[in-house]
Structures are given as C-alpha cells and as structure tokens.
Design a protein around this ligand. Structure first.
Ligand SMILES: Cc1cc2nc3c(=O)[nH]c(=O)nc-3n(C[C@H](O)[C@H](O)[C@H](O)COP(=O)(O)O)c2cc1C
Ligand code: SF4
Ligand code: SF4
Length: 306
C-alpha cells in the first residue's frame, strides 16, 4: 500500500538501527502514518500503517540518535541537514516588515535578475509544505526579459485563437453548468483580460507578464493537491522580496492553458508536463517604482471559535 504521486508509487523503506535506538518514542509520536511502533523499548516498522510510509522524513529528522533511515519516494538520509540556529531565523517583527513592504510590482528597470538569485528563490521555494511528499510541484523558469517577452507574445497569439472561450454563445451555454459567479467573472474579468492582453501586445505593451526579467510558473500534476503550487509560489515570492526584488503573482495564464487541444500543444511547446487544477506565475525584477506608504488589507471574514 502506498499513496501514488507523479514521482512515487511505493512506500518508503524504514530501517531502524536497534543498537542506536533508546526507545524515546519520538519517531512514533511524529509519524502520522502509524508506520512505526515501539516493541520492548525499541522502534520497529509496524505492520499496520495507514497508507504506507509517505517518505516525509519526519522520523529521521526528529530522532536524536540518528537511528532511523527512510529510503524511497525520493528521500534518503542524505537529505538531512543541520538546522540553522534559531537566532538566525527571522522573528515576527522582521517577517511582518518584509510582508508589509511588499507591493505587487509590475514596473521594472531593465536589469536582469542574477542567476544566483534565481537559484536562491528556488532553494527557498523548495522548503514549502506540500500535501504529500514527494512534492508534485513543477517549475518553469523564464530567466530573462527576452524569454519572458517571447512567451507573452506567443501567449497572446494563442489567445487570439481562443476567443470563442469568452464569446456570448459559449458563456450562455456554460452558465447553467458553472453558475452565476463564474459567469460574472468570465464576462467582467476574463473577457476584458483577453481584449486588453491582445490589444496592448499589438501596441507593443506587455500587460500579461509586464516584461519582467524573471517569470516562474509553478504548476501541479494530476496527483497533486491543488494548493501545492500556490504555496510554493508564495514562498518564492517572499524569497524574492527578501532578495530586494519586486514581485507579482499572475493568475490569468494558468487557467487559459488547461483545456482543449490547442492548450495541450501550447503546454507541450514549453515543456509544461501536465495540465493541472492549479498553477500560478510569479514575476520578479528590480522595481522602478518606490511606494511611500503601505495599504492595510482585510479578510472577507474572520470567525473565531474558542
Ligand atoms: C492569485 C493571484 C493572481 C493574480 N493575478 C494577477 C494577474 O494576472 N495580473 C496582475 O497584474 N496581477 C495579478 N495579481 C496581483 C493582484 O492584482 C494584487 O495582489 C492586488 O492588486 C493587490 O495588490 P498588492 O499585492 O500590492 O497588495 C494576482 C494576485 C494573486 C494573489
Ligand atoms: S526517535 Fe530514534 S531513538 Fe527514539 S524511539 Fe525512534 S528510533 Fe529510537
Ligand atoms: S518517513 Fe514519515 S511516514 Fe515514513 S515512517 Fe517516517 S514519519 Fe512515518
């Protein structure tokens, strides 16, 4: 038994060094698969796991004696590293300042983003939590202004052939299936997006990806929790901010390259491996605009139960 993902179909293999095990039980406590039990004061792989070891690695990471190894599902003891000291971690005040200073940036100086920063962004995004390990998030990087621009131009040409998707007849046909809110979003947002993306590009202005020097597309797989690419993209965005880059999430591209043959061809052209329920672009670059104030934001509702 094992939970399948695009990268793993078998459970992790748990090996316990009885000599090293002190029977503290920490691995049993953190394993939410019930893969480990204590027998006569020693940890052992249990016979009745919930799913079969998912390869989260928590047991290896928590064991103070280094007595557990998990191999498979892309994880192994080689993936363990020493934690940075607690004092090196950002505190709430530092984190909040970073978050409050963030604005969605769509205006960039011509400066390219250094390869090292791209790699640091991806390193940070890889730490994002995921529904199930190993992560099923896929990443496509447009690492220069030229590459990003070429993609946006191609996307606009692709959209021109998809106008039926926002036509009156199609939206009227779909309304009983996808409901009032979707109908309103398509008429009030998606259709104007088509118009503005295409017409502005014809005038030479890229309002799809704003000619940012870096655009990264995070998308899932058919197995993936739809939230996973969004969580990873959020981590990437925060990392970009910490590196002095302006950032902006772009939600408009992903849903428009999911359905139909043309979408399949478009994805194939860019090596996009799957259609997926969720995905999002994040653009990064050196901002040419400086904001003087923050803007207080609110949630739609907050209900607290105690
Ligand atoms: C899920 C998501 C999708 C977004 N899609 C786009 C987009 O396609 N184009 C764009 O210009 N901005 C996009 N944005 C940026 C929002 O418009 C922006 O967050 C909003 O204007 C608020 O500004 P702030 O981020 O500076 O608070 C997106 C943001 C999110 C979170
Ligand atoms: S955490 Fe390590 S030492 Fe503690 S019971 Fe598990 S294997 Fe043994
Ligand atoms: S890797 Fe995760 S699921 Fe597997 S035994 Fe360890 S804690 Fe349990």
């Amino acid at each position: 038994m094992a939970i399948p993902t695009s990268r793993a179909a078998e459970p992790g293999i748990i090996t316990i060094d009885e000599e090293k095990c002190t029977g503290c039980g920490l691995c049993v406590t953190v394993c939410k698969d019930y893969s480990i039990i204590l027998v006569n004061g020693k940890a052992k792989a249990g016979k009745n796991p919930a799913f079969g070891c998912i390869g989260c690695g928590h047991c290896m990471a928590v064991c103070p004696e280094g007595a557990i190894s998990v191999n498979g599902r892309t994880v192994s003891p080689d993936d363990l590293f020493d934690l940075p000291p607690k004092e090196a971690a950002a505190d709430y005040g530092q984190l909040l300042s970073l978050l409050q200073r963030r604005r969605s940036i769509r205006e960039f100086t011509g400066k390219e983003v250094e390869a090292e920063k791209i790699s640091l962004i991806l390193d940070a995004a890889r730490t994002a939590p995921m529904g199930l390990p190993p992560s099923d998030v896929n990443v496509l990087v447009f690492g220069s202004k030229a590459a990003n621009r070429a993609f946006a131009e191609d996307f606009c040409r692709y959209l021109e052939g998809m106008r039926w998707f926002v036509s009156d007849w199609f939206l009227t046909l779909m309304r009983p299936f996808w409901g009032k809110a979707n109908d309103e979003v398509f008429r009030g947002f998606v259709r104007p997006c088509f118009d503005i993306f295409i017409s502005k590009m014809k005038e030479g202005e890229n309002v799809v990806t704003y000619d940012a020097p870096l655009a990264i597309y995070f998308y899932g797989s058919p197995y993936c929790d739809p939230a996973d690419p969004i969580v990873a993209a959020t981590y990437a965005m925060i990392a970009g901010e910490s590196l002095g880059l302006g950032t902006c999430m772009l939600g408009a591209i992903h849903p428009l390259i999911q359905s139909g043959k043309r979408a399949g061809k478009f994805r194939e052209k860019y090596g996009i491996r799957y259609k997926s329920r969720e995905g999002i672009f994040v653009i990064f670059g050196y901002s040419s605009v400086k904001y003087s104030k923050g803007i207080a934001r609110t949630f739609a509702s907050v209900n607290i139960s105690n």
